[in-house]
Design a binder for this molecule. Structure first.
Ligand code: DGJ
Length: 544
């Protein structure tokens, strides 16, 4: 690899951190994913980490000058992690000539501001198309073929079927990861990598190029058939049904195994994207194995469980194809812009052991509830609204992250062991029961409260509650717009009541109590009222 501009000296070599094998001695300290009960945690510097993140606009981090005023704003808005794009065109403007000086500056500035970074590899595809590929790739359309519409018209979208495309991308990505290791292998400012961005066929369901049509007419690869047979009982139900409908065949062409039609075209494309991106991710991991994920655009996906063509996108419906084709990819991540389906998509993307990582979502007042819900209910490892460049310090996401920063140690301790949950519900939703620790909590939308001067504000965002059972009879609770009634399932003492209810905050990890609540604030002891995103400590008892 030749360097075009500034060559960063490898500090690790100078300090003697590279062992004889060429591996860093402290491999276990590289940010990685680790199971904890039913949860998967992101471990950074040996400790579990909640990424209270946000994603910058696509091209902000291509200019250090542009970024300058943004860094302090990100800190004031309480982000601890920022997702930044890395453009293939910027790092490899000529084939084999790499220039990482902007990336180095971004990493250094993030480090100066005590922010962690997730790099978004805008390589072969960004929102289906190939606008971030270097000129030398775009111009050489014979060497780097495009996908095609029917009739042979090319799309400005590199074909997944081309080995030349895949290898060029994999070489660039490997160079990027090699550089990140050199520049950051000790400090771990960079904690995860998104490989490509919102991939999937643009406007059509499958690549209609001759290469793609030939592969579709050929046999389903043995690795995929093996995977399906080994995971037959745990496949995503809607996808399993497609295979079942066609007789659970264990070999044959794509159309013989999955049937003829657009569903199979989508299955075929999911496999091809997974194979390509898995290979790119693998080349990067061979250099520096940070956790890697791909993100999914969800437009067009049905809200109800039914199988539709995925265009190759990493939708939950085709999760099995991604797992089989791209095992180098650690997480499939939903970009959830549709607030009405937020909870549903969180559930769908935690099937088959997939950890919840939300790299893009909308902002606005509802973002507080979404963030609390994702971390509290689904043990999310990262939550990131999109377009956070100039987020104000009094914005809803800053409020959410202020709360979550206080609660992070407790959330991380209670992930994956049944002592934490969360509820997100609209004002007209029916009550829900959730078991948290030893008690069952009945959660309902809050009824308006009376009192002189009280004009109950109309509820504009869904109610949210996050509940953590810290000891046998103690809960920490935070949220808004909901009421909570505790109930006991112990026959000798079937009733449950609230002992002490106090508001408070965590300061440097220590609970500092505020008002003590009873009477009107707990409906005379009937239920807990979650309001104004205040944190409360509640003791609970049983009686008969
Ligand atoms: C989704 C993409 O993944 C982002 O990069 C960005 O283009 C947003 N859409 C814009 O809303």
């Amino acid at each position: 690899m030749k360097s075009l501009k500034l060559l960063t000296v490898c500090g690790l070599c100078a300090l003697g951190f590279i062992g004889a094998s060429g591996q860093t001695k402290s491999d276990a300290s590289i940010p990685h994913l680790q199971k904890k009960g039913t949860a998967t945690q992101l471990i950074v510097d040996g400790k579990p980490f909640l990424a209270l993140a946000g994603e910058l606009h696509n091209n902000s981090a291509t200019s250090l000058e542009f970024m300058k005023p943004l860094w302090p704003m990100l800190v004031e808005a309480r982000f601890n992690t920022v997702l930044v794009g890395v453009s293939w065109n910027q790092i490899e403007p000529q084939e084999g000539m790499f220039d990482f000086h902007v990336l180095d500056g971004v990493i250094q500035e993030a480090r100066n501001h005590k922010l962690r970074v997730v790099l978004l590899w805008f390589g072969s595809w960004k929102n289906s198309l190939s606008s971030y590929a270097p000129d030398w790739v775009k111009r050489d359309f014979e060497r780097f073929p495009r996908a095609q519409f029917e009739g042979g018209v090319s799309i400005e979208e590199l074909s997944t079927l081309s080995e030349a495309n895949r290898e060029a991308d994999a070489r660039a990505f490997a160079a990027l990861m090699r550089h990140v290791k050199q520049a950051d292998g000790q400090q771990h400012t960079v904690i995860m990598i998104q490989v490509e961005n919102e991939v999937g066929m643009h406007t059509i369901i499958r690549d209609q190029s001759p290469a793609a049509s030939k592969a579709l007419a050929g046999p389903v690869p043995g690795e995929l058939m093996d995977y399906l047979q080994q995971h037959k009982d745990t496949l995503i139900p809607e996808f399993r049904q497609v295979w079942a409908t066609n007789g659970f065949k264990t070999s044959g062409t794509w159309e013989e195994v999955f049937g003829k039609g657009p569903g199979t075209d989508g299955i075929f494309m999911a496999w091809n994207y997974a194979r390509y991106i898995g290979r790119v991710a693998g080349a990067g991991k061979a250099e520096y194995p940070l956790p890697m994920y791909v993100n999914a655009a969800l437009y067009g996906i049905p809200k109800t469980p039914e199988f539709v063509p995925s265009h190759g996108r990493p939708w939950d419906l085709v999760m099995d194809l991604w797992h089989a084709g791209g095992p180098q990819i650690d997480v499939l991540s939903p970009d959830i812009y549709s607030d009405g389906d937020f909870a549903g998509f969180c559930s769908r993307y935690t099937q088959s052991g997939n950890p919840l990582l939300i790299p893009e979502t909308g902002g606005g007042p509802g973002v507080i509830g979404k963030a609390l819900y994702a971390f509290g209910r689904h043990d999310a490892i990262c939550f990131a609204p999109f377009g956070i460049d100039r987020t104000a310090s009094n914005s809803p996401i800053a409020t959410a992250y202020g709360l979550l920063a206080q609660l992070s140690p407790m959330i991380l301790e209670h992930q994956g062991n049944g002592t934490m949950s969360a509820v997100l519900m609209g004002p007209n939703d029916p009550p829900q029961k959730v078991k948290v620790g030893e008690y069952t909590l009945e959660v309902a939308p809050a009824r308006p409260r009376g009192g002189a001067g009280a004009t109950p504000a109309p509820q504009t965002t869904p109610g949210v509650g996050l509940f953590i059972a810290t000891k046998l009879n103690e809960y920490f609770v935070v949220g808004n717009g909901l009421t909570v009634t505790f109930s006991s399932s112990v026959p000798e003492a079937p009733l449950a009541g609230m002992g002490t209810v106090e508001e408070g905050t965590f300061v440097n990890g220590c609970w500092v109590p505020g008002r003590l609540l009873a009477g009107d604030d707990t409906s005379q002891g009937d239920f807990l009222r979650l309001q104004n995103m205040g944190i409360m400590r509640v003791t609970v008892y049983r009686y008969r």
